[in-house]
Design a binder for this molecule. Structure first.
Ligand code: ATP
Ligand code: MG
Length: 561
């Protein structure tokens, strides 16, 4: 990890001996949704710090709110953190396992006169909180005796009161300049089953009360969280000081924001519930599950997190940086293959009927050890519709009538005739090949301007291919006034049903990424594969095509000189 302000803090602690040279971090998701790329940043940071300092890293479910939490989310989070490569060893914890201990800590605070049972409802508490310029008002229940508080708190736990009837609040200072310190709520009554503790509890701790306790109980040294908790740190510290228990250091960093992407769990849930995407693992989603299904390698996500670094101030990262990290890895690792998205049939009229030959194709020019494979060649082939023009413009160097081009790894061919159907649509091309150019080069040294990909018709396999694009057309969809969903890109998914693929792809395995030559990186959809269908998802294009579009827009809107 590059040195950053957090490693500086840890180095200081180690110098001063604050935690006896120990570094113990954690990732504390609330199981109320799937993890996204922002969480990946936190996971890489926390587990990375533990690695770098020979410390430990915990995975802990912060499952203190029974209403929105589900086992499905717990399972997906475990899978995603593991896939990212963060290792919690045997330290997988649940905040709900500490409920009893937290309750005892609360009793300790009551006994110290530092917490009280309050009968105000949520609205009344809000109203008595004051403003930035005026102090809040003391609750009329603030001066209850310790005995009465102990009795009421026990009865809260025993289920004697309905939801919202009472809370347990910390007794700090209603005039404190920091709102979070104005007698914050520690427990609320919620007669709701919890996905793990079932009906054992009807009072649940708030985040602020619970989080420091969870960290302390686990012996976390550096409790790394995002900037919105900066104002909560005094409260985090206050609870631990009052209880006189092990006191971790909370450190805040800037959360990750990415252009063209929403990273709010609430909004992602809304996309799922309104079926604007096909579930949390839709390959257009910025969730780890979505990115994995799309074909993003875990290493690319880790490299991205490392590259963007850790900052103290919020900023937005260009999504193209993430896509480039994916290309960098796939360029090194993805096998090259030939696939035709929009097939146009080519008949090589001077090639023998019923003959097939096997040609050598390079698997990965970036990796000498990747070797070669055989691709079949025969009289009938498919090429991309786009690679032929009947009336080619000047800059078009690919196939047209009378022109010679190279078929990758095969021969030079020349188009001699265009066949059309009754409606005038081109259905077939007739070409000739030069048998002396096997492998793609002419012995007489003549040059062609263009090399195109192809597949042999008879051996080709057919499969659907999904072309994914950015889910939002706006660079900052989170800032949209009103409904963020209006910024959705209507063209974020295009499905092409019968693409033609070279036969080696018949053995393709789920999640494996290929470079379809000249087209981009594509991976086998794991969900369809499990259901018995071979389908491919476009992971990324070969180049940043959006950069081109944006430049064109810039040119159009730029003031004329
Ligand atoms: P919410 O709390 O609203 O449900 P959340 O995204 O904060 O949403 P958590 O489950 O609390 O969800 O997040 C777990 C951890 O991931 C927290 O420590 C949080 O700070 C961190 N985290 C969440 N979003 C980001 C982000 N965009 N960038 C970096 N870290 C993030
Ligand atoms: Mg949170």
């Amino acid at each position: 990890m590059k040195p950053n302000f957090i490693t500086e803090i840890i180095d200081e602690h180690n110098k001063a001996g604050r935690f006896s040279q120990k570094v113990h971090t954690r990732f504390p998701p609330e199981p109320n949704g799937y993890l996204h790329i922002g969480h990946a940043k936190s996971i890489c940071l926390n587990s990375g710090l533990a690695c770098q300092y020979n410390g430990k890293f915990n995975l802990r479910f912060d499952d203190t709110n029974p209403c929105k939490e589900e086992q499905e989310y717990v399972d997906s989070i475990i899978e995603d953190v593991r896939w990212l490569g963060a290792d919690w060893q045997e330290r997988l914890f649940y905040a709900s396992d500490y409920f009893e201990q937290m309750y005892e800590y609360a009793v300790m605070l009551i006994k110290k006169g530092k917490a009280y049972v309050c009968d105000l409802n949520a609205e009344q508490i809000r109203q008595s909180r004051g403003t930035l310029t005026t102090p809040g008002k003391d609750s009329p229940f603030r001066s209850r005796s310790i005995e009465e508080n102990l009795d009421l708190f026990t009865r809260m736990r025993n289920g004697e009161f309905p939801d919202g009837a009472k809370t347990l609040r910390a007794k700090i200072d209603m005039a404190h300049p920091n709102f979070n310190m104005r007698d914050p709520v520690m427990y609320r009554i919620l007669h709701s089953d919890h996905h793990r503790t079932k009906d054992a509890w009807c009072i649940y701790p708030t985040y602020d009360w619970a989080h420091g306790l969870e960290d302390s109980i686990e012996g976390i040294t550096h409790s790394v969280c995002t900037l919105e908790f900066e104002n909560h740190r005094p409260l985090y510290d206050w609870f631990l000081e009052q209880l006189e228990i092990f006191h971790p250091q909370q450190i805040e960093f800037a959360r990750l924001n990415i252009t063209y992407t929403v990273l709010s769990k609430r909004k992602l849930l809304e996309l799922v519930q309104t079926k604007l995407v096909n579930g949390w693992d839709d390959p257009r989603m910025p969730t780890i599950a979505g990115l994995r299904r799309r074909g993003f390698p875990a290493q690319a996500i880790r490299d991205f997190c490392e590259e963007i670094g850790v900052a103290k101030f919020n900023s937005t990262i260009e999504v193209s940086i993430l896509e480039e990290a994916v290309r960098t890895i796939l360029n090194k690792t993805a096998q090259r293959v030939m696939a035709v998205l929009r097939p146009l049939k080519v008949v090589i009229v001077n090639y023998p009927q019923n003959q097939t030959e096997e040609l050598d194709a390079v698997n990965n020019p970036e990796d000498k050890n990747a070797g070669t494979r055989k691709v079949p060649f025969s009289r009938e082939l498919y090429i991309e519709k786009d690679d032929f023009r009947e009336n080619p413009p000047k800059e078009f160097f690919r196939l047209c009538v009378g022109r010679e081009v190279r078929l990758r790894y095969a021969y030079l061919i020349t188009c001699v005739k265009v066949i059309k159907d009754a409606s005038g649509e081109i259905t077939e091309l007739h070409c000739t090949y030069d048998p002396a150019t096997r492998g793609g080069d002419a012995p007489d040294g003549r040059k062609v301007k263009s090399t195109i990909h192809w597949v042999s018709a008879q051996q080709a396999i057919s499969a659907p291919i999904r072309l994914y694009d950015r889910l939002f057309t706006k660079a900052n969809p989170e800032d949209t006034q009103g409904d963020f969903k209006t910024g959705i890109n209507p063209q974020s998914l295009e499905i092409i049903q019968s693409c033609k693929l070279e036969p080696s792809l018949g053995a393709a395995q789920p999640h494996t990424c290929y470079q379809f030559e000249r087209l981009g990186y594509f991976c086998v959809d794991a969900k369809d594969f499990a259901a018995g269908t071979l389908a491919f998802n476009r992971t990324v294009t070969l180049r940043d095509t959006w950069a081109k579009i944006e430049k064109a827009i810039e040119r159009k809107t730029a003031p004329k000189k």
